[in-house]
Design a protein around this ligand. Structure first.
Ligand code: NAD
Length: 416
């Protein structure tokens, strides 16, 4: 039997929600079809004088509610199916978060660790120049994702600005502060994950996350800030963390600040002082809350049966396969989906874009308060529909999102 692709899996989830809300066939077709799919092949001069051709993507799924929005990922496994799926998820995420954007995603199939700084800059500028035909502050606004950073956003901004002849702050988000970035953007996804974890703990487990045991897979931007904020501000007990070098376990609790500083200094958790476990073992720990914050498909039918956590908070995009989702449901393990959980990043990206357009910048407290409000409202909307339709949180949030995009589409009408 042919293995189901990522997009097929996402579409299956979309259709489950569409069936429940009795979405008509025409609207279903509109909302499950991408607006624009751009694949590019572009040459980059390498330091040794040779030329290599790389493949990149920028997909825009839907722009009914506003400009397209989504990150750019650099990874050797980037492919069309992944970018197609992630741009589709972005539409629903922006709708769930209540921000006026549609969904997009981009990526380059490359291992950036194998490039010099100069090669990385040339690759970034050429990629951005090539996708600029569909990018703009009112068309599509990229941001960082896996293996891309504020530094790369600065090159993107400069490349675009040089081509149009003036500085365009609204062209990307996730920029450094000195270049029109927003306070609170770096921590935003992790902070959003933490807010949702606490809300979900109250709703599903009956009390705040304070004192509850938590395991986090992935210790990059999202995982590290989640650990820090959950431990320091919410009093959660982080017992395990991991990254590409493996898992680190301490049943008495890992000092999140120490781990955060360790990764900042050493770039990975390799050598961090805790009991070494595998990433598989981390996922199967007997904890209250499991937070996958690495890449997609961490939980599949291979390991879903061994998961012991009571609550899973999807900080990564697409970390649970549809088959695993069904297994977890049968075991009464609650899953709070990516389209809500990690929406803090795009929400503060939206705040950054607004600040850039106005050239008026907020203080950190304003950003945090607005994020807190947005995440709690989105969680509440999901809970309301979950109870009304007697369904799981993922399907409920898809219903919330599909409703918003379908209504916008209907109000606009089909042109001409
Ligand atoms: P990152 O590149 O900063 O970090 C990824 C982390 O995952 C690293 O610690 C890496 O070592 C680890 N990792 C990779 N493969 C692993 C494996 N097999 N097992 C365990 N750990 C592994 O990326 P990030 O920005 O933190 O993003 C993580 C996830 O969150 C992605 O799915 C991304 O799409 C999603 N996300 C990120 C943001 C954001 O603002 N950065 C926003 C929304 C969603």
């Amino acid at each position: 039997m042919k293995k189901e692709g990522l997009f097929e899996g996402a579409l299956r989830q979309f259709n489950k929600a569409a069936d429940l809300m009795k979405l008509d066939d025409g609207m279903r077709e509109v909302l499950s079809t991408h607006k624009r799919e751009l694949t590019i092949h572009f040459p980059v001069k390498m330091d040794d004088g040779s030329v290599k051709v790389f493949t990149g993507y920028r997909f825009q799924h839907n722009i009914a509610r506003g400009p397209a929005k989504g990150g750019v990922r650099y990874h050797p496994n980037v492919n069309e199916d992944e970018i197609k799926t992630l741009s589709f998820l972005m539409t629903w995420k922006c709708a769930v978060a209540g921000i006026p954007y549609g969904g997009a995603k981009g990526g380059v199939k490359v291992d950036p660790a194998k490039l010099s700084e100069a090669e990385l800059e040339r690759l970034s500028r050429r990629y951005f120049s090539d996708i600029s035909i569909i990018i703009g502050p009112e068309e599509d606004i990229p941001a960082p994702d896996v293996n891309t950073s504020g530094k790369i956003m600065s090159w993107f901004l400069d490349t675009y600005s040089m081509n149009v002849g003036h500085s365009t702050l609204g062209i990307v988000t996730g920029k450094p502060l000195e270049l029109g970035g927003s306070l609170g953007r770096s921590e935003a996804t992790g902070r959003g994950v933490s807010i949702v974890s606490n809300e979900a703990s109250k709703y599903f487990l009956g009390s705040e996350i304070k004192g509850k045991t938590v395991a986090i897979q992935g210790f990059g931007n999202v995982g590290s800030y989640t650990a820090l904020i959950l431990a320091q501000e919410y009093g959660a007990k982080i017992v395990a963390i991991s990254d590409i070098t493996g898992g680190y376990y301490n049943p008495e609790g890992i000092n999140a600040k120490e781990a955060f500083d360790y990764v900042t200094a050493h770039k990975s958790l390799e050598g961090f002082n805790a009991q070494k476990i595998t990433n598989e073992e981390l996922l199967e720990l007997d904890v209250d809350v499991l937070i996958p914050a690495a890449l997609e498909r961490a939980i599949t039918e291979r390991n879903a049966n061994n998961i012991k956590a009571k609550l899973i908070i999807e900080a990564a995009n697409g970390p649970t396969s549809p088959e695993a989702d069904a297994i977890l449901r049968s075991k009464n393990i609650k899953v709070v989906p990516d389209i809500l959980t990690n929406a803090g990043g795009v929400t503060v990206s939206y705040f950054e874009w607004v600040q850039g357009l106005y050239s008026y910048f907020w203080d950190l407290d304003d950003v945090r308060k607005a994020l807190d409000r947005a995440m709690k409202n989105a969680f509440k909307d999901g809970v309301k529909i979950r109870e009304e339709f007697n369904t799981d949180m993922r399907t409920a949030l898809y219903i919330v999102a599909i409703n918003k995009v379908a209504t916008a589409t209907k109000l606009r009408g089909i042109f001409p």
